[in-house]
Design a protein around this ligand. Sequence first.
Ligand code: GLN
Length: 296
Amino acid sequence: MSEPLPPTTLTCAQALTAARALGLERLDAQLLLLHALGKPGADRAWLLTHDTMPLPQETARWFQELNLRRAAGEPLAYLVGSKEFFGLELQVDGRVLVPRPDTETLVEWALQQLAQAGMPASARVLDLGTGSGAIALALKKSRPVIDVTAVDASSDALAVAAANARQHQLPVHFLQSNWFENVSGLFNLIVSNPPYVADADPHLPALRHEPLQALTAGKDGLSDLRQIIDQAPTYLQPQGWLLLEHGYDQARAVRELLEQRGFAEVQSRADLAGIPRCSGGRWPDPAAGTGSQTAG
Ligand code: GLN
């Protein structure tokens, strides 16, 4: 083992000022400095009381490298290796999309549906395109008796999701599948945050560090949503729900697709910014004679 390098003359406060000069947000700079110091993000108060502490050389060097990567647009979550979602600390890296707070809207809606009369306690739930496992694990954590299957087309993503499930001791079935390709059986609830960004969307350069196949979906961003809506009825119990996240301007199009396919009670839910971010519907029970499904 080599001797630790001697401290620099750079103090915590000076290092944070230098990071701000590179264009970093104050919070990002604080979280990266804590990470470089091997401290949890919850320790921000520690920084305030250690303004004048000189940084060890290796910490200063690593902090500088993290700052440059953040300034070049790498998501903070990749740099610190984790992201909090629905109260769960999830490990993330460039193999998966960073979980967004917007997606908590989908989890909350799914939990409401799971609590509704008529939904079995041990409901079967399918998460399509699980990525880091965020939705599947948040649901399993909130309602341990449900039976959750999470699929992704990417074996890399499944490795990340399975590691998160192990870490939080949340038993979820993982399956490599391109949407429903390798899925069998019937589910009471299907949820998905699929790729929904249009191929030529001007926001894509800002998302260049995240896996493109988790983001883009054809010319209008709807190609995966279309495929899921088209195939989901084959895998839904009568009265089962399909809930989908989509882009800020896709709610009407997704509701139309759901209605055309024969879903009932089609509706949308807004995210924290008030944008209709999720849409879904109930697959009617043919025996009950409800719903608007047409023959064929
Ligand atoms: N919400 C993400 C974004 O616009 C996209 C996620 C997705 O395509 N599912 O940054």
